[in-house]
Ligand binder design. Sequence first.
Ligand code: HEM
Length: 155
Amino acid sequence: MPRRAHLIAGLLAPLCIATFFLSTILTELFGSHAAVAQLKSLIVMPGLWIMVPLMAAAGGSGMFLARSRQGRLVDAKKKRMPFIAANGLLVLVPCAIVLDRWATAGTFDTAFAVVQAIELIAGATNFALMGLNVRDGLRMAGRLRTRAPVATGSS
Ligand code: HEM
């Protein structure tokens, strides 16, 4: 059961971040201010209420599964998790809330652009770190094979 929960949360959490990232880029490039404001509010509610529990579920169930595991892959996943959590809670969540407030008030100024850029960079970073956790997790679960060493053909 924790294994199934970890698989589901571990795939949905990065998918959630990717959805926020792509919808933000598309709406800001091609959408009206009203569309941006609507997206910003959807990212906060229900978006954050889906993303934060998914991240916590992935981390918590991962730590549970790791009790009986050792090795390089599990250590790498454990080391990444505090960065993912801090980046999510201390950067992504506050950015999303501030951007929602400003967009609702119609304030699309330089500060909005700067915070938006910070949010996109933090989102891409978390997506990459979660992607590495997915890759290592699939390897540990035996669903993804590690690449075999390439023969040099010198002998
Ligand atoms: C957001 C963070 C994380 C993501 C996205 C993630 C993702 C995944 C995925 C997709 C799998 C494959 C599951 C399967 O095929 O059944 C997996 C397996 C695993 N993960 Fe994570 N994981 C995360 C955090 C962690 C953490 C913090 C740990 C603790 C070290 C951890 C430990 C494990 C272990 C031990 C497995 C192998 C389970 C098995 O053998 O069936 N994960 N992870």
